[in-house]
Design a binder for this molecule. Structure first.
Ligand SMILES: [Zn+2]
Length: 101
C-alpha cells in the first residue's frame, strides 16, 4: 500500500512539474510578443497576441518553398531548382533534354 501511495505522489509531482513548465513557456511567449504601449488618448481594443499555433503556421508558410511538378517524370521539386525548356518546367537538365511525351 505504501508503494502505491509513493507511486501516486510521484505521478502527481511529475504532472505538476510539466504543467508549471508549460505555464512558464506560455508566460515567456506572451511577454516576448507583447506590444509596447502606444501613446494614444483613446483606448482601442487590443488585438489578442497570436497563438503559438498561428505563429507556427505563419512561420511554416514563410519557410515553405514553392514546389513545381516536372513535365517529364511528374515529381515535385523546389522551384529554385527548376530547369525551363520550351516553356515547361523540368526537375533536371537531363529531363529537359529528353523529348516530351
Ligand atoms: Zn523529371
Amino acid at each position: 500500500m505504501t508503494k502505491l501511495i509513493m507511486w501516486l505522489v510521484l505521478v502527481f509531482l511529475v504532472i505538476f512539474a510539466i504543467r508549471s513548465k508549460i505555464r512558464d513557456a506560455q508566460k515567456r511567449y506572451q511577454q516576448q510578443f507583447r506590444q509596447p504601449p502606444q501613446p494614444q488618448p483613446q483606448p482601442q481594443p487590443q488585438q489578442a497576441p497570436p497563438t503559438y499555433k498561428a505563429r507556427a503556421a505563419a512561420q511554416a508558410a514563410n519557410d515553405a518553398e514553392v514546389m513545381l511538378q516536372c513535365a517529364h517524370c511528374g515529381i515535385f521539386y523546389p522551384a529554385s531548382e527548376t530547369v525551363q525548356a520550351n516553356g515547361r518546367d523540368y526537375c533536371s537538365a537531363a529531363h529537359a533534354a529528353l523529348p516530351s511525351a
